[in-house]
Design a protein around this ligand. Structure first.
Ligand SMILES: NC(=O)CCC(=O)C(=O)O
Length: 260
């Protein structure tokens, strides 16, 4: 995972080049993951409009080239996408080792309550999973981490590895680490939670990207600065965990409304 520092003093184009270089350096990895809105910064609301790009824009182009140069699967984090009708979305991109767009996920839960992303961007309305050679990814973005039903939907769709790019603030770091572990334990899945470092729009970022296993153990955790976090894990252990401790099988469905 590449915990990218997002600071205003670095022009977006330079950061894009720098991140492409970091991706290329990961040749030999199976999967590389980038954070949320690492071009503009997740809290730089004034930059969303100017920094928006079409789905197949400069970030996808640069990351597709980097993924194919390195021969890796790349979850390229998210970009502010401008859809053909003009609506902005917070859209995550998953690229194959040949640089093809394997999946795009528009963030469903927008952050900001009645301002920021929540008013500037449209909401996605579709869950996205991606089949990789060794695992099925379920993708979610940042604030989505607070909504367990989204993750359960991904698990029901076959996800074994839940990938969460984020731009999570330092002041709520405890929630980030707690929720990443909770989503892993309750879904008996790996969680790859990749945040940003640095400070933008006056919001210090938490960093502390984590890889959590299906038992809730933290396999690796970054510090608060820019960092490459490299982890070896075996995604086939998900099936064993779910068999040995079959909590997912004990679900009682249909409890979403009180009975009268
Ligand atoms: N970019 C985000 O979604 C921020 C989420 C956040 O700060 C929180 O849930 O707390």
């Amino acid at each position: 995972m590449l915990q990218v520092a997002v600071n205003e003093d670095e022009p977006v184009e330079s950061r894009r080049r720098r991140v492409a270089g970091l991706v290329r350096d990961q040749a030999g990895a199976d999967l590389v993951v980038l954070p949320e809105l690492w071009t503009t910064g997740a809290f730089a609301y004034e930059e969303f409009d100017g920094g928006a790009e079409p789905l197949r824009g400069p970030t996808l182009e640069a990351m597709a080239k980097a993924a194919s140069d390195a021969g890796v699967w790349l979850h390229a984090g998210s970009v502010p996408e401008r859809a053909p009708d003009g609506t902005l979305y917070n859209t995550s991109l998953v690229l194959s080792p040949s640089g093809d767009l394997a999946a795009a996920y528009r963030k469903i839960h927008r952050f900001g309550f009645d301002k920021g992303e929540a008013v500037l961007m449209g909401a996605g309305d579709a869950l996205v999973t991606v089949r990789l050679p060794h695992t099925t990814l379920g993708v979610a973005t940042c604030y989505d981490l607070r909504f367990p039903e989204l993750f359960r939907g991904l698990v029901d769709a076959g996800a074994e590895t839940l990938v969460v790019p984020a731009g999570w603030p330092e002041r709520r770091r405890d929630h980030w680490t707690l929720l990443a572990r909770a989503r892993a334990v309750e879904n008996q899945a790996f969680v790859l939670a990749c945040g940003t470092a640095g400070t933008h729009a006056g919001v210090e970022q938490a960093g502390h990207s984590m890889v959590v296993d299906p038992w809730g153990e933290v396999l690796a955790e970054a510090g608060s600065g820019e960092q490459v976090l490299t982890v070896d894990f075996d995604p086939t252990t998900v099936a064993g965990t779910r068999e040995r401790f079959p909590a997912l099988k004990d679900r009682v469905l249909g409890l979403d409304r009180p009975r009268r």
